[in-house]
Design a protein around this ligand. Structure first.
Ligand code: HEC
Length: 261
């Protein structure tokens, strides 16, 4: 079987294809940007992390780290009275208001923390005390990060369905077109086949995990890894086609030959 190569197509056709491929690259870049802007604020912490993705597809329900630690008996040196005072404060619903409330005097959470915690949990604590990963608790800004329970509902399944039907039905044909074009390049068949396989399987893994994430946390990672692999493989195939369209090197036959053989 003769090989059809994009380089052999007429100039007009190649220009058109070039425009379309560039448009696809712009589309992928915009997807990345949209992904960032859409998910970044979800977990309330700056930056895009796996937790943002988790909160969208699975939801997050984690208790207050501070309360868990106190209930677990840490630190052993804390008196029962102070421990209970901190736990009451965390359960009070006035956590930020009462953190350093003057009315509470020495019983204010900020005071208890200063007395009982900062010997280890401060930026200036001796390295030996902070070795085990003790995070600073000097300021409200530090404490507030671990004081609250976090509960974020996942995106409703109705919305996941909307997103799935548009993405699945648009991206599978798009990837097919990109793949067919990549096969019409001078790049080794096996290599192209490998990249194509990754793109197809990664896309299936990514999109099915949007649903599976409700069942288990592992699928949150499959969403991220599948999405990244899909993205890399697709962009690679587009770049191969762009190189092929305008390459000054390598084998070429006349357009007539390419079409008739
Ligand atoms: C003697 C040093 C010391 C004192 C005092 C101390 N801590 Fe810690 N704390 C540590 C170390 C070391 C870690 C990290 C290792 C661990 O999790 O046990 C830690 C971990 C923690 C964690 C994180 C637990 C997690 O699950 O990540 C919290 C919350 C915490 N401390 C709160 C407090 C509070 C509140 C006080 C005061 C009431 C306090 N600590 C007093 C040494 C201390």
């Amino acid at each position: 079987m003769a090989t059809l190569r994009l380089r052999n197509l007429g100039i007009g056709f190649r220009m058109g294809l070039t425009g379309l491929l560039i448009t696809m690259l712009i589309g992928y870049a915009a997807s990345g940007l949209h992904l960032y802007w859409h998910y970044e604020p979800r977990d309330g912490r700056p930056g895009l992390s796996i937790n943002d993705i988790r909160s969208a597809y699975r939801g997050i329900d984690s208790p207050s780290i501070l309360a868990e630690s106190l209930r677990g008996g840490h630190p052993e040196t804390l008196s029962d009275v102070d421990r209970q005072a901190l736990l009451d404060w965390l359960a009070s619903g006035r956590v930020s208001e009462n953190y350093d409330s003057l009315d509470l005097g020495d019983d204010a959470p900020a005071e208890i923390i200063a007395m009982s915690c900062l010997s280890c949990h401060s930026r200036s604590a001796p390295a030996s005390e902070r070795d085990a990963g003790a995070m600073p608790l000097e300021y409200w800004n530090d404490v507030s990060k671990i004081a609250f329970a976090v509960k974020i509902e996942p995106v409703p399944l109705r919305i996941v369905a909307i997103s799935t039907h548009t993405h699945a039905l648009a991206m599978a044909p798009l990837t097919l077109v990109i793949g067919v074009m990549a096969f019409a390049t001078i790049f080794p068949r096996r290599f192209v086949a490998g990249v194509f396989a990754v793109a197809g399987l990664a896309l299936a893994a990514d999109i099915s995990s949007w649903w599976l994430a409700r069942l288990g946390d592992i699928w949150v990672y499959v969403i991220v890894i599948g999405g990244m692999l899909y993205f890399i493989a697709s962009v690679l195939m587009i770049l191969m086609s762009l190189v092929e369209l305008w390459r000054p090197f390598g084998p070429r036959n006349s357009p007539r030959e390419a079409i008739s053989s």
